[in-house]
Ligand binder design. Sequence first.
Ligand SMILES: [Zn+2]
Length: 1039
Amino acid sequence: MNVNQQPHMASPYGQPQPGYQGYPQSGYGGQHVPGGYPAPYAPYNGPASAYQPGPPQGMRGPPTSGAPPVSAAQAYSQFGQGDIQNGPPPLGAPPQRSVFSQPFPTAAPPFSAPGPTQPPGPPLASQQTFPQAPPPSQPPFSSAPPQVPPASYGGPPPPVQASHPRAAPPTSQPAAFPGGPPPTSTPTQYTGPPMQQPPVSQPSSFHSGPPPPPTSIQGPPLASQGPPMSQANHVAPPQPGMLAGPPVPGMAGPPPQPGMQGYPPQQNGEYCRYSCCLSGSQANKGSEPFVTGVRGQAPPLVTTNFHVKDQGNASPRFIRCTAYNIPCTSDMAKQSQVPLAAVIKPLATLPPDENSPYIVDHGESGPIRCNRCKAYMCPYMQFIEGGRRFQCGFCSCVTEVPPHYFQHLDHTGKRVDCYDRPELSLGSYEFLATVDYCKNNKIPQPPAFIFLIDVSYNAVKNGMVRIVCQELKTLLDYLPRENPDVQSNIRVGFATYNKVLHFYNVKASLAQPQMMVVSDVADMFVPLLDGFLVNVSESRVVIESLLDQIPDMFADTRETETVFGPVIQAGLEALKAADCAGKLFVFHTSLPIAEAPGKLKNREDKKLVGTDKEKSLFQPQVSFYANLAKECVAQGCCVDLFLFPNQYVDVATLGVVPTSTGGSVYKYTYFQAQSDQERFLNDLRKDIQKKVGFDAVMRVRTSTGIRATDFFGSFYMSNTTDVELAGLDCDKTVTVEFRHDDKLSEETGALMQCAVLYTSCSGQRRLRIHNMAVNCCAQLADLYRNCETDTIINFFAKYAYRCVLNNPTKNVRDSLVNQCAQILACYRKNCASPSSAGQLILPECMKLLPVYLNCVLKSDVLHPGADVSLDDRAYLRQLVSAMDVAESHVFFYPRLLPVHKLDVECDTLPVAIRDSEERLSKGGIYLLETGLNLFLWVGANAQQELLQNIFGTPAFGQIDSNMTSLPILDNPYSKRVREIVESFRAQRSRYMKLMVVKQEDKLELIFKHFLVEDKNNSGGASYVDFLCHMHKEIRQLLS
Ligand SMILES: [Zn+2]
């Protein structure tokens, strides 16, 4: 069937959706429901066919009832308002992100000798009332032109056909960069650095001229290649004369045309797929939206600013594919080596002007599904026999339409109510799930949040305990809820720990909180059932009292040892006792060396780096946490871990539970209240408030011929098809790889349907469905014309980062290089027009593949410098595994903006420049963001007026490089720069701390690490050298 939707009719769902009405919320309170449920989700997949005629219930219509809008309402701030300048954040709502702590410490707090050891623990549990003596145990603590040559050498590029609706005419032309002097003919404008796409830009061709490429990636770059080589990575051939001048970034050519900076049109000339991006220019906003109804069409790049209109396929904010035309046969796929994968972010936050998925209620019998493959009703189901049956687009099986869902067909065979039902006309929507879809066939209880705070010596000393307690008092008012006018249903609980655990009874009827100490950590249990998990509004006074007292109670602790396994066990047991799903927020400082399950030893050994044993450093040192994670998943217990280490804590092991339960790990190395609390608090606020679902199971169904074979992300799998996530928030991404198991047809294309069953924060069981149809192709050229490099890189990075668990990093790097060389060699051999072997010809939409791949290869995980800690590597490895495409893009190829070129009169950002030192001018000021870090680099000769405007001092020497925020000055520059910083932060899921780096200052070394086109001091190749290496590999494959 044709999955393309017809022109959209006025959408009936133009309004906020009704919220949750269907489900009665079961009450909560401290009732203790015994018995956990080890039970699996039998129902998922299961129910389905029992359609009982019921009252026809369509989707919930436009909100007529007073139902609260589900979407926009959320209280969270992701989508900030702050984006004004930049327009909405590029892609999805990738909220902010933050950081991995830098390797540049600030003095670590001295460690004091372990305090007196704890007295033998008190009885298992002792109860005490607060302000009293401390608890006993509390001691101290191209278009391949099908056959046309891609753009190339000197000659004018072939016209690109624009197929994208919003396509803008390609402006720049691909150019070639010979190894020799740059061609002078096509003066392509060097539009400027790529924003979106860095480097390689255009060119699809690279004449390897004279200088033979260096042979090794790691090898030192051929020094002296000088100008010619360095040019090679210019987007376009530089104009003569340009070489000589000082490298003023972005200044080389004619001024970029508005909206077209940076990149030349990509493959089909999609307007801005490869152009503007960078600046997130507003120019696009307001132009034609990206409509999802055209099968096989690659969406705008993640770095562009676009509006999406759902016409039957999921928005690119939910799903991005590596290829939108997939090969018909597995032989073809194998030949090309292009990975077939989808990067799915099921609960992605959408910009305010795009509707959240509508909620559909099919009544008591639940969602309508295919009898055989269980795919959910979607636009790919074809109604036949006058509407009495439908044929599944995935498995072709014919299923009866239940009477209550019957509708007549029009003369084209379409149901007359097609556009009134999201599930028949949209790519993404939700179904209300029935009790059959609930664990143990029981309507879920509302989830709970449990805060577990390390109160050992380090935690108290660095200020963490006080900051957390203080902040929680406010944050408890912002727990996730679906309707901002209603109080959150989420219950909360509190515990603190060092070598023992302290649980707190904060029941509303108490005058003071009570502490219960559990010192026998070998067999964790929760000493109180009633009063541990409470409703915030009912127990507010007691909770505030507790949070006020905790910092003082442990202020003089001398206990330095901590446990960790029992802490998670305690939270898990509490959720089990309350018979609900939930999230644990663990605030932890040190390697858990105290005697207890999950105890760890310090195994940090940098000498293993680069050896065959390096992989062991990424593996957990004990199996305890993997087993614990499994139990957590069964209970719907998601764990978010906030680390404040002063030394090795073994992130590879501590991160196992968070990364297996859909949780997150945040790390603040050498945490100091003054300089780091802003970052920590912003992360915490966002983490607590963000949209989250619990007890989630995701399954990806595909049409006959392909199937999902591999999955990457923070989740657990107990079988080969179901991705289980104890928690799933709006930032978590799952990457799915597909393989052929049969031939595909060009006519029908290939379909995928991602269904996520989850419990909303209000306790409602729902199914979120995302559908995606792609084309199938019999010609390799079609595959290469419709790929998305950013998504391919996301896949490669996750794949490689998982491979390091079992392979030496060098092997992993080599195999990545080899696969990319095969991809490009296959293109060259089958799609490019014949030309001399000395030319490097890249498909238009993969012209940036080499530069990005090089960034992955030289990343800290795969090729660390001596200063990168093992914990940082483990942390980054885990972090990248759940990143979406926008995040992985900026993480591997940071965004670098010349701030001194800012036009304060207009809203657009200056064009981003390429990440290379030679692009920096001494007279400039640049902002660099990686999604985790934010740097403001100040050139030694920056204009005094600019310095005065931004820093409040005209003297370079007087700029305080310790500042983490810019002074608020009353001039347009100051205002604009601060707005840009804020808008960048608003786009990331984690908060980026600002670091001011003065040229030649010692911090510059850290900054330079992110100039990824340059050779780095750990041996990572420069982009130019790598390109030469790649070319050589390709030639070898071709010969
Ligand atoms: Zn089916």
